[in-house]
Design a protein around this ligand. Sequence first.
Ligand code: 13P
Length: 263
Amino acid sequence: MVNEFEIKKKICEIGKRIYVQGMDASNDGNISVKLNDNEFLCTPTGVSKGFMTPEYICKVDRDGKVIQANPGFKPSSEIKMHMRVYKERPDVTAVVHAHPMYATAFAIAGIPLTQPIMPEAVIALGCVPIAEYGTPSTEEIPDAVSKYLQSFDAVLLENHGALSFSDSLLSAYHKMESVEFYAKLLYLSRQLGGPKELSEAQVQRLYEIRRQFGMKGKHPADLCPNVQAGKPSCHGCGGNCNHGADKDMVAEITRRVLEQLGK
Ligand code: 13P
């Protein structure tokens, strides 16, 4: 039997950590947790996630409609985005949305996190794609995110922030931390003359370790058609090689060939 009050306290604790670490400014970000197939707890809209107490937390159904909310509190304006993740990823029980500074800077610059630069990021995340821009609170963001849900546990949201999800609240939060740490290292190493990337063989060994550990969740290494075909991994593919979209792949190959030719 889940103790809802304990889960509400955990949501407040995670909100505070996200806020204190500067991954959300002001009233930014939102968090949700799945209780069962038709009950979800979520942070309210328009409050600082660093100063919440359990009575702030709202309960919604699978359509994001309010089941319970204390006076003065309404569910997050981004509840549709959370619900889409739960709908399309039955293994997910917690979703975290934040605006971490470095990850969001990459999302604003339109640069996905694809360079294999450190073992932990390769094992935990693989690469992190960017879901195309959508207006907050509309179906545009859920629609953009949907494309990536079967291959990743974290995505950047173009000109907006980042989204992570997992089979526990702590794990979803850790993925957000990992995304931000990866983005920060990538940014800093670029200032130092550019990162020395891990080799293809090193990346493959890390993917193998992930498989041996039986790590849960979705990871591009598990689905990348290149890896399945024994070819080089998806790193450098823009986080988009594994969606069966042949035209995307052809466009990407064409772009890279033209780039090499200096066109
Ligand atoms: P809410 O306060 O409505 O959850 O929205 C915050 C946010 O970050 C929107 O992207």
